[in-house]
Design a protein around this ligand. Structure first.
Ligand code: 2HA
Ligand code: ZN
Length: 270
């Protein structure tokens, strides 16, 4: 067996958590990440027949039965993940019923997975049907997207169009747009279901007055999605209170679509 602390999925998640903390997106225990792992890949590091303990999931996701996830722990601080991965992270396998998680590694202080496990697992199930390459769900609290959710209309199309207009590359990075959920109680199955529902049509879902969810094929892609939306929100907040002399028009956004071979969400450009 190889040393799991050298596994690329652990090393890369540690780096990502430190980076997100450095961006100010994950104060205290804010934020959570889960990654769908390949069974053969994990098998190089762990004996998959040894279950340390079973943790009730609090919901049912039978479509994920048997799947293995690397996930951040509840109450754990992103800034600390790299210093003690075995305490702050866990590797769990959803059991046959999809209602409990079998702990294979980690949460070494007796801890458990993120309080947003429902939102993560339900989003994975939805994104996997939309995109077989999907692997990562990431949640964090980026300052400017959060601030924007106080002052901007929460209609998903209007919110997305504002972001697309803030930097030319936004529409290339997230042509599927951003879906916005109104404020809801976090940590519940209800917000998990609502998030997953929004993930059917977009890889970014804003939780108003809370933060954002991103989904993608790997950590870099998912981080990059959130980073680009957050950049656009930063520009928006710098100019929202000033008179605008010009913006990027829908005709110009259509030129970006044509030149770069991306297709904006159906009906969202005029
Ligand atoms: O666990 O971000 O939404 C911290 C959170 C919950
Ligand atoms: Zn949060």
């Amino acid at each position: 067996m190889k040393d799991i602390l050298t596994a690329p999925f652990i090393v890369e998640l540690c780096r990502t958590c430190s980076n997100m903390y450095a961006h100010g997106w994950d104060e205290r225990n804010g934020g959570n990440i889960s990654i769908l792992l390949d069974e053969a890949q994990v098998g190089e590091y762990l004996d998959l027949s040894t279950v340390q303990r079973s943790i009730p999931a609090g919901f049912s996701a039978p479509e994920l039965a048997g799947k293995i996830f690397l996930v951040t722990g509840t109450g754990k601080y992103f800034k600390n993940v790299a210093y003690d991965p075995a305490r702050n992270l866990g590797i769990v396998r959803l059991d046959e019923s999809g209602t409990a998680a079998q702990l294979l590694w980690g949460f070494s202080d007796g801890g458990s997975f993120t309080s947003e496990f429902a939102a993560h697992m339900m989003s994975h199930a939805v994104r996997l049907t939309a995109d077989p390459k999907h692997r990562v769900v990431m949640h964090c609290h980026p300052n400017n997207l959060l601030a924007m959710s106080f002052v901007h209309d929460l209609d998903s199309r209007a919110f997305t169009k504002t972001l697309w207009q803030m930097c030319t590359e936004c529409i290339m990075v997230f042509p599927d747009g951003v879906n916005v959920l109104p404020w809801m109680l976090c940590g519940t199955t209800a917000i998990g279901e609502a998030t997953a529902q929004q993930m059917r049509s977009a890889r970014l879902v804003v939780w108003a007055q809370h933060g954002i969810y991103g989904a993608g094929a790997d950590l870099d892609e998912t981080f990059g999605l959130i980073e680009t939306a957050e950049k656009a929100a930063t520009v928006y907040l710098k100019i929202a209170h000033l008179p605008w002399k010009q913006t990027i028009t829908d005709a110009q956004l259509h030129l970006v679509e044509e030149r770069y071979g991306v297709t904006a969400r159906e009906g969202w450009l005029d």
